[in-house]
Ligand binder design. Structure first.
Ligand code: FAD
Length: 411
């Protein structure tokens, strides 16, 4: 079908899934997976959790090398794509090689956003995205005493919790007035603020970083915008990510804080698809453009891209979900709460196990759960099926919500 084959750029969660799904869909032509990293595609979430905490923890491959061999997937490590060459119908690699394609899938992910503050290039200032980053950070973290985390989002808080478990003195500087503010309910944000403070982390809200202070080229402190100084022998930046769109943009594909794709993961160029953290798409339920950063989204969009390439037209309709482990507490989210108009709590925040159900009008749109995996799993089914239990039923702990998704007797 595609004589020159399909090339996937980026061997993360999305790229690896696309390759596997293409074979599962019956595509038996040439299939090349190019990734700039040196490792066989691996699970990224542990990098801020178990991998960071335990020096003996190894990378967890998404699939073993033997999988790629068995399915004739030409996985090339250390293969950074520098350009898409339209005239040649090929991608150019940093080592001068080129790989022809009929169809291209961009799964280039995202990179950490870096603040433009003085001192950002000092030794001891770290970002975290890749296995190489995590290996460097792990060595530095275990040797450090005073850790300053810049940014109170998921990754910053996971690193902070791990650092506290290792007995470090930890300070989190967050620019706005709440933690994880962009994505979780205020109740959840407050709960995690109390948790981190309870674990002994000095969390400072409304405290943007001013500069990173160094001596002899190494970080010794971080100063906030008002000049207050926090000692640091390690600073970790966790202020979000920037999508890797440069290849697409240089090729003339439409880009706007993410490569623009339609419901089938197709870009503005008919030869090129894109998936995962690097894309922006119009969400069918929210009726607005979103860019999602999660394993679920990358994996499910990889499956959709594969079905598109296999000649099927199945629009992307997966229910979004995400998790974050901070210390021994599990936060799970399903759906998207950004346009919610009302929320109701189920369970007991004081007891450390509760969920916040978000509604838009009377429609259930999202659930954030703290140590309540059953609510999360049920939420995935409720939202997928379009079932919205009334808020007063949700608030009643005695009400059995599972009955709502059970098949009626005799059905
Ligand atoms: P990625 O997995 O980032 O893969 C992109 C790949 O493309 C990379 O290997 C990159 O090197 C490669 N690449 C980029 N440009 C080029 C190029 N020009 N040439 C060749 N290769 C290129 N999500 C959750 O749902 N739950 C979690 O608990 C969670 N924890 C996380 C913890 C950490 C530390 C990090 C960094 C992320 C975490 N995430 C979590 C987010 C999740 O990992 C991402 O959403 C997911 O990896 C996105 O998959 P992707 O395939 O789009 O991109």
């Amino acid at each position: 079908m595609y004589d020159n084959g399909i090339v996937i750029v980026g061997g993360g969660h999305g790229g690896s899934q696309t390759a596997a799904s293409l074979r599962a869909e019956g595509y038996d032509g040439r299939l090349t997976l190019l990734t700039a990293e040196r490792e066989v595609p691996y699970q990224r979430p542990p990098l801020s959790k178990a991998f960071l905490k335990d020096p003996t923890h190894e990378l967890l491959p998404l699939r073993p090398q033997s999988f790629y061999d068995k399915h004739a997937i030409d996985l090339r490590l250390g293969a950074e794509v520098t350009a898409i060459d339209a005239a040649a119908g090929a991608v150019a690699l940093a080592d001068g090689a080129s790989v022809p394609f009929d169809r291209l899938v961009l799964a280039t992910g995202a990179r950490p956003r870096v603040p433009s503050v003085p001192g950002i290039d000092l030794d001891g200032v770290h970002t975290l995205r890749s296995a190489a980053d995590a290996t460097r950070l792990r060595a530095a973290l275990h040797a450090a005493n005073d850790v300053v985390v810049i940014g109170g989002g998921f990754i910053g808080l996971e690193v902070a919790a791990t650092a506290r478990l290792l007995g470090k003195i930890v300070t989190v500087l967050e620019a706005v007035d709440c933690l994880m503010g962009r994505v979780v309910a205020p109740e959840i944000s407050r709960h995690f603020l109390a948790l981190h403070r309870g674990w002994g982390t000095d969390v400072r809200l409304n405290t943007p970083v001013g500069r990173i202070v160094g001596e002899s080229g190494r970080v010794v402190a971080v100063e906030d915008g008002e000049g207050n100084r926090v000692p640091a022998d390690l600073a970790v930046i966790g202020i979000g990510v920037v999508p890797n769109v440069e290849l697409a943009a240089a090729f003339g594909i439409t880009v706007d804080d993410g490569v623009q794709v339609n419901d089938f993961m197709e870009t503005s160029d008919r030869h090129v698809l894109a998936i995962g953290d690097c894309v922006r798409f119009e969400h069918w339920a929210l009726k607005r453009s979103v860019r999602l950063e999660s394993v679920q989204n990358a994996v499910d969009q990889g499956k959709t891209a594969a079905t598109t390439l296999a000649g099927k037209r199945e629009p992307y309709r997966a229910v979004p979900w995400f998790w974050s482990d901070q210390g021994d507490v599990k936060l799970q989210m399903v759906g998207l709460s950004m346009d919610a108009t009302e929320s109701v709590v189920r369970g007991t925040p004081d007891g450390g196990s509760f969920s916040v159900f978000h509604y838009r009008g009377d429609r259930l749109v999202a659930i954030d759960s703290v140590n309540r995996a059953a609510d999360h799993m049920l939420g995935r089914r409720l939202i997928a099926a379009g079932i919205s239990p009334p808020a007063e039923v949700v608030a009643d702990e005695a009400a059995d919500l599972r009955a709502l998704v059970k098949a009626p007797a005799g059905a």
